[in-house]
Design a protein around this ligand. Structure first.
Ligand code: SF4
Ligand SMILES: [Zn+2]
Length: 130
């Protein structure tokens, strides 16, 4: 199963948004790589973000990670996410206007409470398979 096949709905849309931001960031910061791909380091970040989305305990009701009380990212990945968002966020509007606007709106939502049990994408997938 490929990375994106794990995710559905809002989580898949969020992954596509992160992917678009990583592409913008990698193109500017790591130009020595084959065109139309991201470097190994950024690809590793994308795989990590994909797993976090799959396991996010809020499932489809996931808030923006910035305001999350759980903070599941490892510190160096959180730092990388921050760098990518800071650089690519303002550069998203022209190439990806819908993603950019949805991202901005999500950032303005208030911080959520702690997540309920068993609603992650991973839990949902297991339920559907059993
Ligand atoms: S930081 Fe919070 S919102 Fe983001 S993936 Fe982790 S648990 Fe979910
Ligand atoms: Zn890169």
């Amino acid at each position: 199963m490929s990375e994106t096949e794990l995710l559905t709905g809002k989580l898949l849309f969020e992954f596509r948004t992160i992917e678009a931001m990583v592409n913008i960031y990698c193109k500017a910061h790591h130009p020595m790589k084959p065109s139309h791909s991201v470097c190994e380091q950024c690809s590793e970040f994308l795989s990590y973000a994909n797993i976090r989305l799959d396991r996010c305990p809020y499932g489809q009701e996931k808030p923006t990670c910035n305001k999350c009380p759980v903070h599941c990212y490892k510190p160096h990945m959180k730092q990388k996410a921050r760098e990518i968002m800071l650089f690519a966020g303002p550069r998203m509007l022209l190439p990806h206007p819908i993603m950019a606007i949805k991202h901005l709106l999500a950032e303005r939502k208030p911080a959520p409470g702690l997540p309920p049990e068993g609603v992650s994408n991973r839990h949902e997938r297991k339920r559907q398979m059993s």
